[in-house]
Structures are given as C-alpha cells and as structure tokens.
Design a protein around this ligand. Sequence first.
Ligand SMILES: [Zn+2]
Length: 142
Amino acid sequence: MYNKPVILTNDDMAEGVYAASGGNTTSECWTITVTKDQTDAGGYCTFRVDARHSNSAVHISTKTVVKIVFSDTVTNAEFEGFQSSVNGSTVTLTRESHANGYKAGDNFNSLLKIWSPTFQTITTVSYGITCTHAVNVQGGYD
Ligand SMILES: [Zn+2]
C-alpha cells in the first residue's frame, strides 16, 4: 500500500510531534541508518532510510519519529514511507500507529527525496529515531 506523502510546513508542525501523547518515548528499540542513494535525481537527491525494530522488544507503540539533521538548508522533502516535514536543515518523518500494534520486527526501508541549494553535496549531520509507547492494559509499559 502506498500513501502519497503529506508535506507539512513548519507552521503546520508547531510542536505537535513532541508535545502530543503522554507516552513513554524511547529509542533503544530501534536501529536506523540513513545513507545517500542518488546525488542528483533530477534537481534533488535521495537518501535511503533503513530502520529496524528489535525483535526482542515487544510493546504497544503509537508513534515512530525519525529526525534527520542535514549539512545545509532543506527546501523540500518527500518521503515514500510516511509524512515528512522540514524546518531549516532538519527533516522530521512521523508515522502515527493508529492500530496500537505490537512492534516486534516492524521494519521499514524507504526513499527520502531532498531538495536543497546544495543537493548534490548535502550530507547528514546526525539522525535518530524514537518510539512512543502506549500504556498497556495493565497500566504499564511493556
Ligand atoms: Zn519500540
């Protein structure tokens, strides 16, 4: 299933990504790599975002947030996986999990298109991923 990416501006974002949810946010259950795929895909470049959720960490998750800081200003971003937003040189990819599913082995490997004045040479400065846990039926976090 492919959902057309939704591009949000900084104004749309506000602080919703981190302010929303009362969940317990951690990053140790995910491993992520972001690597340059194409330096020039026709006026933009592409990065491959590969994220793997630990098979040994099983819990209810309501959200996955990937935050990538680039070496220059990003003017637009499109992610084939889920919604993206841009703020200066930072791109945030947010996946809401409405199903509250268990997240063992919940991997994705998707392409991120980046527009920048220096798209041919732009690199990642840092990146990270967080997992927001929902309270389970016992009232705790798995
Ligand atoms: Zn997790």
